[in-house]
Design a protein around this ligand. Structure first.
Ligand code: HEC
Length: 105
């Protein structure tokens, strides 16, 4: 136990860094999804939490934007998302994978 606990704290370091939501992300999302008030922070958190259980978190730009709806549809039952969580996660990944977005290495 004395050895295991510090190891557990090291684990998140293995996950790829999910960039914080930027002002330009928010501006893009406001235009793309005008009917929502999504500030994207909760949605980003949901993505990080719900989509990293089975495989490494996939950085949104790694999947072409047009593919994301299909992927999130397929992962919904695996990640046990309700429809609100699914919609939020989709908004976040669509924003973070939009064409022309700067990809952090
Ligand atoms: C219960 C385990 C599990 C959870 C939770 C999970 N995934 Fe997956 N994911 C898989 C498996 C297994 C595969 C590969 C086989 C497949 O495609 O079904 C996969 C594949 C993928 C791929 C590869 C592309 C593709 O089309 O196959 C992406 C991207 C992905 N997952 C994203 C997500 C996202 C986004 C979430 C959160 C909504 C998520 N995963 C949650 C198990 C999971």
């Amino acid at each position: 136990m004395r050895l295991l606990l510090p190891l557990l704290f090291l684990l998140p370091a293995c996950a790829p860094m999910l960039p914080a939501v930027t002002d330009s992300d928010r501006a893009w999302a406001r235009q793309a999804f005008p009917e929502t008030q999504d500030d994207l922070d909760t949605s980003r958190g949901l993505y990080a939490m719900k989509c990293s259980g089975c495989h490494m978190l996939v950085l949104p730009p790694k999947v072409p934007q047009a593919e994301w709806p299909r992927v999130v549809e397929k992962m919904q039952p695996k990640a046990k998302l309700n429809d609100d969580e699914k919609a939020r996660i989709l908004r976040y990944v669509l924003t973070a994978s939009r064409p022309g977005i700067a990809v952090t290495p």
